[in-house]
Design a protein around this ligand. Sequence first.
Ligand code: ZN
Length: 132
Amino acid sequence: MESMMFDTSLLNEPMVRLVVGIVIGLVLGSFTTMLSYRLPRRLSIITPPSTCPTCQTQLTPLDLIPVLSWLMNKGCCRHCTAPIGARYMVIELVTTLAITAAFVALGFTPTLLAAIIGIMAVITYTVIRCEY
Ligand SMILES: [Zn+2]
């Protein structure tokens, strides 16, 4: 069993923190954007999967890669070319950067978990406050 355990010293290498921070930051950035859109509209945050607000095409995981997919499609929906607000990309970008920074600064600690929840809560709250 011991050999199956994570090598926790590896997890605290700065490069590992950075890479894991970016990956998790991107995922949670996408999730935070979705939360900040759906919560004030009383939409389910579990279903349905994200769709383009204009053509209702279900977005594939590729479309949901934040920032990158937005840049590749020049800010438009890949299916109907309707413009997608840069606002969403900004929310994703800010969340991703903040969570990546938290990973690098805090490492894999319980504080990190608290920081991530805090970051997501503050950003979601701020977006909803700004919108209404
Ligand atoms: Zn579309």
